[in-house]
Write a protein that binds this ligand. Structure first.
Ligand code: NAD
Length: 334
């Protein structure tokens, strides 16, 4: 396909080139307003100022486990994030599609960007409340560093949290926000970090036990559950994001769902229900449901780039610091 790129497309990097990182690259490929110029994984990074070739990047990663092996543009490194940001600064914004394992990992990555002197936009798809709380502590450092950081910009938190913030406007008082997600993937290995982080919410597991599990142990656990992970009352940052946006107390926000790791069909329709009281005293519920045909990757990476574009607009106006997906409207990337 011949793509009509804008005169000055936004130069994008993707940190983490696993399930979501590769989907992000696929989503960007036909876009004119953004070009993927950088990608990093655990063993290396690739950077091409005029744009990475999608198919070569994905086949190199899948065959050799690192984009660092890319001919001409790849560099092998055990410190790929730091190396990429210090050596190649011509990147306007990064989508951080990295595992948050341990739970402090994303805040550590944010500190690396702050210390590097790089300026631009960062977007993540973080999930845990406690992980977003760590980023809040970096608010003034991000601001001073000239970085506009948008957190919680995946599906949940992200798309559904933003939908709840919009839906809340009909009410004088919000009684509850209930997010229920259904995820279907053909095999768990395509999204290792996502599945490990989901296991960390299961009874008797936590972030550290899930992180320490070998791939074999994860497969054994999924054998026992027929590939299904059912979760309720999860620690999900939708709560703190809606609280920070002034919508309701975090105790009124609940998140749960079902993940089928052996079938791309969703086990249930992902939705958010926002219940409140109108100014006339009526109690009502707005429901926003995602189409069953949309994948997790579409619902995470699409919004992430919408927020990245919004972040670029803020950054160019000199507005820096930390924002959440519930306080900024994403823009549509063409
Ligand atoms: P994955 O396991 O498929 O891929 C992770 C990638 O990160 C790999 O390429 C790996 O090499 C790379 N990586 C790991 N450590 C690294 C390091 N130190 N330096 C550089 N690269 C490193 O992960 P995934 O399943 O795509 O998930 C990514 C993240 O997205 C997870 O944290 C997950 O929880 C999150 N997620 C969020 C939502 C949402 O709606 N908010 C939904 C799904 C997933």
């Amino acid at each position: 396909m011949i793509i009509d790129k804008a005169a000055n497309p936004i130069k994008v990097g993707v940190m983490g080139f696993g399930g979501l990182g590769q989907a992000a690259a696929r989503i960007l490929d036909p876009k004119g307003e953004m070009t993927l110029v950088a990608a990093a994984d655990q063993k290396g990074y690739a950077y091409n100022p005029t744009g990475l070739n999608l198919n070569t990047a994905i086949s190199t990663y899948n065959n050799r486990y690192s984009v660092g092996y890319l001919d001409e543009w790849g560099t092998l490194s055990n410190n790929s994030i730091e190396d990429l940001i210090t050596h190649n600064r011509a990147v306007d914004g990064y989508f951080l599609a990295l595992p948050n394992l341990p739970n402090t990992f994303m805040a550590d990555v944010a500190r690396k960007f702050i210390n590097s002197g790089w300026q631009g936009v960062l977007v993540d798809a973080l999930k845990r409340t406690s992980a977003v709380e760590q980023l809040l502590e970096l608010q003034s450092d991000l601001q001073q560093a000239g970085i506009t950081y948008l957190t919680g910009c995946g599906a949940t938190p992200g798309l559904l949290t933003a939908a709840a913030a919009v839906a809340a406007q009909s009410y004088a008082e919000i009684h509850s926000v209930k997010i229920t997600f259904g995820v279907g993937i053909a095999n768990w290995e395509a999204y290792r970090a996502t599945i490990r982080e989901d296991i960390a919410h299961m009874p008797e597991y936590d972030v550290e036990t899930a992180r320490a599990m070998s791939d074999r142990e994860v497969a054994q656990l999924l054998d026992k559950t027929d590939g299904i992970i059912s979760l309720e009352n999860m620690e999900h940052a939708d709560d703190i994001m809606l609280e920070l946006a002034g919508i309701c107390d975090r105790s009124r926000v609940t998140v749960g769902g079902v993940v089928d790791t052996r079938n791309p069909k969703k086990p249930l329709s992902t939705n958010v229900k926002v219940t409140g009281r109108t100014f006339e005293g009526k109690i009502s519920t707005h429901t926003f449901s995602l189409g069953d045909e949309t994948s997790m990757a579409a619902n995470v990476c699409g919004p992430a780039f919408g927020y990245l574009k919004a972040g670029i607009a803020l950054n160019r106006r000199g507005i820096t610091g930390l924002f959440t997906a519930a306080e900024i409207m994403p823009q549509f990337v063409r």
